[in-house]
Design a binder for this molecule. Structure first.
Ligand SMILES: Nc1ncnc2c1ncn2[C@@H]1O[C@H](COP(=O)(O)OP(=O)(O)OP(=O)(O)O)[C@@H](O)[C@H]1O
Ligand SMILES: [Mg+2]
Length: 315
């Protein structure tokens, strides 16, 4: 339900594409609500429908059916009003490549009545040293940061970033996270897409797990982990068979799994008791406690693993 605090709402949104290979259902009933003044992450694999959803919120794609509201506006009829209040960094942006970075930023900010100072945006994303460089001569990671900077310079109420950290090296990603965190703290709503559990866990106030054109689960990373990932696990190795009495005691503490390679896992909230028991049981070694992660929640919600792919790249 849309309230004054709703930044985005998608309700039962469907979208298909006709391709030479047949019809593709890119969105198959996408439903989600994103509140203002938070960072929201769309987390899902290639082809899940993230870009289709994000571009739809600013009118770059149209739904076959369902409802899309962006800051309470309909992107099909209010595109102009949305363009003044919302900025998007599309997944593949190619803009005015013959200009220099500084010229492009100045041109971009001239489109808006109240831009954010472009020198500050460039500085925060460590782009100042590239001001005189032509856009075509930037490395992939620097170009990606420039595309994020171009979206930020309009100082939007809602900033939509489609895989903003793709191609960034680990240090540049962390810098970007800190910049986005400070923009959220000054009131900007940020909606981004990512394949990275680490990014969603570190950055997002709320996560939409997107799979095959639907939002299959949503919540804070902590909520998703506690409702889906099933608590901590004590992992250990066995050098022989587990003594029967120890097996019975472990099973009374939680769910025990022993694999053919003799690695074992006990899913239990009573980790101290389990560790004490295992440490006095002959043949049990390499004990450790593994806390549940967003990756576990993702696996439980979708039935598949999502492996993050990043391309480390420096200047
Ligand atoms: N313009 C298009 N024409 C035909 N099919 C499309 C088009 N855009 C997207 N698709 C298809 O729709 C589905 C969803 O694509 P979308 O780009 O929204 O996914 P995504 O979650 O952003 O993926 P990625 O992580 O690879 O960016 C995919 O099967 C994709 O091949
Ligand atoms: Mg995409």
């Amino acid at each position: 339900m849309t309230t004054p605090n709703t930044a985005l709402e998608l309700r039962d949104v469907r979208k298909h594409y006709d391709t030479p290979g047949g019809s593709i259902d890119a969105l198959a009933g996408m439903t989600l609500t994103a509140e203002q003044h938070k960072i929201h992450a769309f987390l899902g694999p290639n082809g899940a429908g993230k870009s289709t959803s994000l571009e739809m919120t600013v009118g770059l794609r149209t739904p076959d059916s369902g409802t899309v509201r962006t800051l309470g506006l309909d992107p099909r009829t209010d595109r102009k009003a949305i363009s003044r209040r919302v900025a998007i960094q599309p997944q593949e942006a190619k803009v005015f490549e013959y200009l220099r970075v500084g010229e492009l930023m100045e041109l971009w900010s001239s489109f808006y009545d109240h831009p954010y100072p472009s020198v500050d945006v460039l500085e925060s994303l460590e782009l100042t040293k590239f001001i005189k460089r032509q856009v075509t001569k930037l490395s992939g990671g620097t170009l990606q940061r420039l595309n994020v900077a171009l979206a930020m310079v309009s100082d939007p109420e809602l900033l939509i970033l489609d895989e903003p950290s793709a191609g960034l090296d680990p240090r540049a990603r962390k810098k970007l996270w800190s910049v986005l965190g400070s923009w959220r703290d000054r009131g900007t709503t940020i909606v981004l897409s990512t394949h990275s559990m680490e990014e969603a866990t570190a950055l997002a106030d709320s996560v939409f797990i997107v799979d095959r054109g639907r939002c299959v689960s949503s919540g804070t990373p902590e909520e998703l982990i506690s409702s889906f990932a099933g608590g901590p696990t004590v992992v250990f190795h066995l050098s022989g068979d587990l003594p029967r009495d120890a097996g019975a005691q472990l099973t009374s503490l939680g769910e025990l799994t022993v694999n053919p390679d003799r690695s074992a896992a006990l899913n239990t909230a009573r980790t101290d008791e389990a560790l004490a028991l295992l440490s006095r049981t002959a043949g049990c070694h390499d004990l450790s406690v593994r806390q549940p992660t967003l990756g576990d929640a993702y696996l439980a919600a979708t039935g598949t693993e999502l492996t993050a792919t990043t391309t480390p790249e420096g200047d």
